[in-house]
Design a protein around this ligand. Structure first.
Ligand SMILES: [Cu+2]
Length: 279
């Protein structure tokens, strides 16, 4: 592809990603990302130092004990003390990493999200993202996995009073900075994955389940990409969502400008009657 054509297809959204993640981790904007990056660097340093040490000793021994005429070979039958040492040290390193990692996972996924979190539903489909935001009441319609269907991507009851003022977008996500966001994730058809590298956030979305325990708090504004991270079919490569983190007043203004959803469906199929009876 000529480079001019390639450049013309890069939106400003993609530009940020290309500038910040070409050779190394993209910048982190999520409050949970610091601990994830910390453990990443700890593991990188431990494995890096170990690799250099092991290969240095190996190369030194290869040269020092190489076969030479007149020098008899040394027969080694192991060294119990050394073996105990180099088994015990990794055991403690692995235990420490497991305990620390487990604690971070508990904080991220097993603690109840804060009560003031903004609830946002994201339902993957081949090949895009149905997004549902609460209206002025701050409440999302209740999602039921068994009700998710082609015409009812969010699996809601159309009579649900909490859902009357909800609004939907297709592939457009705006989050306020500094405020917790609680996601309600599901899938309409096959396994998709909600993945935002700058949030250090990844969650598979298996059809038949609603994931209500994923939350984050963005600490900086910016434009990012929501990319599906499960190979979900032929159009997987284009399953992008435009994701922005903006100051709270800007978010409020954006939400105000969105019309409430008239049916259970997404914008794309809002004219289709919703059939949930008998499910
Ligand atoms: Cu997908």
């Amino acid at each position: 592809m000529p480079s001019s054509l390639l450049l013309s297809t890069l939106s400003p959204l993609q530009a940020e990603i290309r500038q910040t993640s070409v050779w190394w981790l993209p910048r982190n904007v999520n409050m949970f990302g610091h601990e994830i990056d910390f453990i990443f660097y700890v593991i990188l340093w431990i494995t890096g130092i170990t690799a250099v040490a092991v290969f240095s000793v190996m190369i030194y021994f290869i040269v020092k004990y190489r076969a030479r005429p007149g020098v008899p070979a040394i027969h080694s039958h192991g060294n119990s003390a050394l073996e105990v040492i180099w088994t015990t040290i990794p055991v403690f390193i692995f235990l420490a990493l497991a305990i620390y990692g487990n604690e971070q996972w508990t904080q991220m996924r097993l603690r109840t999200p804060p009560a003031d979190a903004l609830p946002v539903a994201v339902v993957g489909e081949q090949f895009g993202w149905n997004v549902r935001y609460p209206g002025p009441d701050g409440k999302l319609a209740k999602m039921t996995a068994s009700k998710v269907s082609k015409d009812n991507p969010f699996g809601i009851d159309p009579q649900d009073p909490d859902g009357r003022d909800d609004f939907t977008t297709y592939g457009e996500l705006v989050f306020p900075v500094g405020r917790p966001v609680r996601l309600y994730l599901s899938s309409k058809d096959v396994i998709h994955a909600f993945y935002v590298p700058e949030f250090r956030l990844y969650q598979d979305m298996v059809p038949g389940r609603v994931y209500d325990f994923v939350w984050f708090k963005a600490e900086a504004t910016g434009h990012f990409q929501l990319a599906c991270n499960q190979l979900c079919g032929q159009g997987h490569y284009k399953m992008f969502g435009k994701l922005s983190v903006v100051p709270e007043p800007e978010y409020e203004a954006w939400a105000k400008g969105k019309a409430p959803a008239t049916t259970a469906g997404s914008e794309a199929n809002s004219s289709t009657p919703v059939a949930v009876a008998g499910r």
